[in-house]
Design a protein around this ligand. Structure first.
Ligand code: ZN
Length: 440
């Protein structure tokens, strides 16, 4: 299983390099982000659309409260998905449906010749079933688990579909609106993995996550997590001494070698043995031991190299323990992948990043890029241009029961992200798509 996985990763790296080349070559031919954003900003039609987003603020916040109170624990997003599906349909995305992975997907067609852009927010929260998700108010802030991450994103996506349809905006490219499953924790991005496997015609992705709207996520931190078990016959600490190797001693040797693994600081690559366990009693030569290893990087190649070195360190530790006792009984180890998030980067000179930075600048923001582990990791790992933008409004305490959201002027962030999306797909009679139609 491990070997197979490694091969598939190598395949992905090669694919990534060739596709990145194509993308860079095409950047030069693309319409300048600044002129497209200026055209959109000056257009009376788009001004009206952005006014509609602002005047829809109170309703959007009401929608946020409603969806927040529908639980969406990891792997149990269905109830919320059904609600969002109904809302997609009610605001005019009549063909929307829930796909085999559980994602809500609806396409708003453009005029036919443009790119296909995914616009997404995730359905799932980190909170288990039974968590109190009732929204409370305190000093103008809304408090509830999951309210910012990522329920705000869902409410914004719905408000965009509503405004596009009410204002009868005709985009050039297609927008695939997605409310996806499996973003958090052990969901391992399964919603996005399924979406990009099923739809080979996606040219770009803009995801929404908490944030006032002044940052662009361009780097997807990938991670591989392993549970490594060591096993052997075990035996009496006195009676079997010298006759059997120890699973715990083998793991200790392995950990010492893991500790010596070298990783680059740029792209940032990290590893740790996070938990250990095993053994039967103090007077038993351990027959079993287990540890969990976390490996992360902003770059797939570095992630895989660190992984290879860690696997070699484990083999070395086991080997040394077996050689130490020269016994017939041996320790064996097995590494099971329990977490898999691919890494990737969207180049800062790509049209999608330029469009976002320009849109932020037009709204008076500074615009910074950042790294993180999100749904965008999946398209990034496939060299499909992808970014994450803020959904608008201040928030904090995400992944905690004290999560809060401040809706003050939240429409501003929504407008910035929406303008970016429109510049990427283009608007009939206003601007050409900045996003290149690359997928087949
Ligand atoms: Zn999130």
């Amino acid at each position: 299983m491990l070997l197979q996985m490694k091969y598939s990763h190598i395949g992905r790296v090669c694919l990534g390099i060739s596709a990145a080349f194509l993308m860079n070559a095409s950047v030069a031919q693309q319409q300048d982000a600044k002129s497209a954003l200026t055209s959109l900003n000056d257009s009376a039609e788009i001004k009206k659309l952005m006014d509609a987003i602002k005047s829809d603020h109170d309703r959007t916040i009401q929608e946020l409260r409603t969806i927040t109170e529908i639980e969406a624990p990891p792997f149990k997003e269905q109830k919320r998905a059904e609600h969002v599906l109904n809302r997609f349909k009610e605001v005019g995305l009549t063909d929307a449906a829930i796909d085999s992975a559980g994602n809500v997907v609806g396409i708003r067609k453009g005029s036919g010749s443009g790119p296909t852009l995914v616009v997404s927010a995730h359905l799932d929260t980190v909170f288990p079933e039974g968590t109190d998700v009732k929204v409370k108010e305190q000093d103008g802030k809304l408090l509830a688990p999951g309210i910012g991450d990522d329920t705000r994103g869902l409410a914004v996506v719905i408000s965009w579909i509503k405004a596009l349809n009410e204002q009868k905006i005709k985009t050039v490219g297609d927008i695939m609106f997605v409310a996806n499953v499996g973003e958090e924790g052990l969901g391992n991005l399964k919603g996005m993995k399924a979406l990009f496997k099923e739809h080979k015609n996606i040219d770009g992705m803009v995801g929404l996550e908490p944030g006032v709207g002044d940052k662009v996520l361009t780097q997807g931190t990938g991670s591989h997590r392993y549970e490594v078990s060591f096993s052997g016959p075990g035996g009496h600490s006195f009676g079997a001494f010298g006759k059997v190797p120890s699973a715990i001693h083998a793991m200790g040797r392995a950990i010492a070698h893991i500790g010596d693994v070298q990783v680059p600081t740029d792209p940032k690559t990290t590893f740790t043995v996070g938990t250990v366990g095993g053994g039967t009693s103090v007077n038993t030569i351990a027959g079993d031991a287990k540890m969990a290893v976390d490996i992360r990087s902003n770059d797939t190649k570095s992630l895989l190299e660190a992984e290879r070195n860690i696997m070699a360190a484990i083999d070395k530790g086991v080997d040394e323990e077996n050689k130490r006792w020269k016994s017939e009984a041996k320790i064996t180890s097995e590494a099971k992948l329990i977490g898999d998030r691919p890494a990737g980067t969207t180049p800062k000179d790509s049209a999608i990043v330029k469009a976002a930075l320009e849109s932020i600048a037009l709204a008076g923001g500074k615009g910074e890029t950042r790294a993180g582990s999100t749904d965008a990791n999946v398209p990034m790992s496939l060299s499909i241009p992808a970014i994450i933008l803020g959904s608008g409004g201040k928030s904090g305490g995400s992944h905690s029961l004290k999560e809060w959201y401040d809706p003050t002027d939240a429409w501003k962030g929504s407008q910035v992200a929406f303008t970016t999306v429109l510049s990427l797909v283009g608007v009939e009679g206003v601007s050409k798509p900045l996003l290149e139609k690359a997928a087949k």
